[in-house]
Design a protein around this ligand. Structure first.
Ligand code: CTP
Ligand code: MG
Length: 612
């Protein structure tokens, strides 16, 4: 990855999309697949990405006054072009937006030609972008023409599921497998979330089009690999795709090129420019941070209009192929994604993962751990084949090289796999989750490395505490940052989780049965246990406990608890109060200033552990 942003010759063939699938059923089949569905036909990653990029090319995002602006906006736009669908969402500032998809890219151009304008009164340099706003009309109201069957496809579509509601639904599930499936269905990145991410990529492409001959901005990572949850960050990569047509040696008139002079990497300089352009020219972009001296230089920013945090890097084609690989494994069996969601959520709950970079494991290696576990040949059979099997099955069209000649050749069309090479296990999600924890409880982390290439444990080439082989660059360890202490914590937590899941799935269903026992925040759980009185399953109000009067001071906590015992109806309220108190506490912590973020993270982590 040292020579980055190098030219990638686009040798991939163009996939024709099956026209029989309409957009909505397509999206559903791409993003929502339940265990009970029988996958009849696998899609390739390229097909999905092409579809999403095309959608973005015929869509705009319009800021409106509220969701009731739909009729006016629909009526206005449909005078100029056919509208395929309108989705509503709110950003973090509670401003309202509508993502409108038109029938074709031509339609969109017609709309922009006839309707869009710039804000004359402001001191700005005009720029075209797919992010617009809807001006209110003064004076006479227009007659609105909206067919009865047209309405918003989704309202408030990027709002994460309410945690209390989610936990109530998990509580009401029949089985742990249902809980795992529900967690996945309710928290996975939805269609609108994916569309918005492609819109943010498209916005950059439009801006760069005027500066570079053939630049593409593509999402990668959890936004596209099938393991993203609502609100996940957007990873973007800027690539210079010099197509065969553009570099045709038969053509005799060739453009003069601007060569970059000076010692520094030309692309580092281009990324500096990108940082400037983002700050100066791109609507919605705020808080631009340039991290250009890192091994993989990136520009981080927040997109306020889309409500997203973005990491932009360049020419990281192996990141895209890695996303493709994860997407393929996730598509092969409908248990893979829900299981991974449960594991990722559990790891977040017990503090194994952390949104800030540090010496702990992150979601990507954790996902590789789940895939590796699913490759194991147990008495119930295996779920996934090894990666080397996909490599062996690759055909001519699958040959791909990323930067530094990293070989990213593997079978892309899963329809070509023999059916006996995957989904041979009949275990349900509940038993897979338990087996996952048991498998890693017994895993020999001291001597063995995790390699999805082999599908079996391999010898560790060095003494790093956790070794997870990078599937595309096997000499690299994707968890090299993980410290000995964090690896020990991982081992302890998988053992605890195995025990917890086994014991909470037996007998009567308490309020932390099955998955709930693994997902509830430890602090909430600890407090709940503390506040539970006798066997009556009751809680006391936090306010009552801490706002004590003078004459209460002599009381022991136990007698106070007994006096303050609440009825079952007040339990929910008490839990809510506890959560608010904890959030306030966390905010207080956030206000403290530390020397740098690494020190801050360590302090938060130690504190969190102490609470537990
Ligand atoms: N990646 C990689 N090698 C690594 C780390 C990351 O190839 N050592 C690639 C993977 O394709 C990964 C992507 O970069 O999916 C983005 O990394 P990251 O944002 O850390 O993980 P995500 O999968 O996007 O998960 P999250 O939801 O936590 O962002
Ligand atoms: Mg990411």
């Amino acid at each position: 990855m040292s020579v980055l942003f190098q030219t990638v010759i686009n040798t991939g063939r163009l996939y024709s999309l099956r026209k029989t699938l309409n957009a909505s059923s397509y999206c559903k089949c791409v993003t929502v697949r339940r265990f009970s569905d029988v996958p009849s036909k696998f899609k390739t990653f390229d097909e999905v990405v092409t579809q999403r990029r095309q959608e973005a090319r015929r869509s705009i995002v319009v800021q409106v006054n509220s969701d009731s602006s739909f009729k006016e906006l629909y009526s206005y736009c449909s005078k100029y072009a056919s509208v395929s669908g309108v989705h509503h969402y709110k950003n973090n500032a509670e401003e309202h937006f509508m993502l409108i998809e038109f029938g074709s890219e031509e339609n969109l151009k017609d709309v922009l030609r006839s309707c869009s304008s710039h804000h004359k009164d402001l001191d700005v340099m005009a720029l075209q972008s797919p992010f617009l706003w809807f001006r209110a009309v003064s004076g006479k109201k227009e007659i609105l023409t909206v067919p009865d069957d047209k309405s918003l496809l989704i309202t408030n579509g990027t709002l994460p599921v309410d945690e209390d509601q989610l936990f109530a639904e998990l509580l009401a599930c029949e089985t742990v497998s249902d809980q795992i499936q529900t967690l996945y269905d309710k928290t996975m990145l939805n269609d609108l979330g994916i569309r918005l991410r492609y819109m943010v990529a498209r916005q950059l492409e439009i801006m760069f089009d005027s500066l570079y001959a053939n630049i593409a901005v593509r999402p990668f990572g959890s936004s596209v690999n099938g393991f993203g949850r609502i609100g996940c960050d957007l990873d973007l990569v800027l690539t210079n795709v010099l197509t065969e047509e553009l570099s045709d040696p038969e053509k005799r008139l060739v453009y003069q090129e601007k060569k970059c002079e000076g010692g520094r990497s030309p692309w580092q300089r281009h990324m500096e420019l990108v940082g400037e352009l983002l700050e100066l020219r791109v609507p919605g972009v705020t808080r631009v941070q340039r991290i250009l001296h890192a091994r993989v230089p990136i520009v981080k920013y927040a997109h306020d209009l889309a409500g997203l945090d973005v990491d932009l890097c360049y020419s990281n084609m192996s990141g895209i192929y890695m996303s493709e690989l994860l997407w393929l494994f996730g598509s092969l069996d409908p248990r893979v994604r829900p299981l991974t969601f449960a594991v990722r959520r559990w790891a977040q709950t017990v503090g194994l993962t952390n949104p800030h970079p540090g010496r702990w494991i992150t979601n990507f290696p954790l996902t590789l751990m789940v895939l590796f576990f699913l490759q194991q040949k147990t008495k119930d059979g295996f779920v996934l084949p090894s990666f080397k099997y996909l490599i062996r099955k690759a055909e001519k069209d699958d040959i791909k090289l990323a930067e530094d000649n990293v070989n990213c050749t593997f079978l892309r069309d899963l329809n070509k796999l023999p059916t006996e090479s995957y989904a041979q296990s009949s275990s349900n999600l509940q038993s897979l989750l338990l087996q996952f924890f048991e498998f890693y409880s017994q895993f020999d982390f001291n001597d063995k490395a995790i390699s999805i290439n082999e599908g079996t444990p391999v010898r560790k080439p060095n003494a790093l505490p956790l070794y997870i082989v990078n599937p595309l660059e096997q000499a690299l360890n994707v968890s090299r940052n993980v410290s000995y202490e964090e690896c020990e914590r991982l081992r302890t937590e998988v053992r605890n989780a195995a025990w917890q899941l086994e014991s909470s799935s037996e007998g009567s269903k308490g309020d932390d049965w099955g998955l709930l026992g693994l997902l509830e925040r430890r602090t909430t759980r600890g407090l709940k246990k503390l506040l539970r009185v006798g066997n009556s399953h009751r809680l006391v109000s936090v306010k009552d406990l801490f706002n004590e009067k003078e004459d209460d001071k002599q009381d022991s906590l136990r007698s106070k608890l007994q006096r303050l015992t609440k009825t079952d109806k007040e339990v929910d309220q008490s839990v809510k109060e506890m959560k608010v108190a904890m959030i306030k506490e966390e905010r207080k912590e956030q206000k403290l200033k530390f020397k740098n973020s690494q020190v801050a993270n360590e302090v938060y982590r130690i504190r969190r552990d102490k609470i537990v």
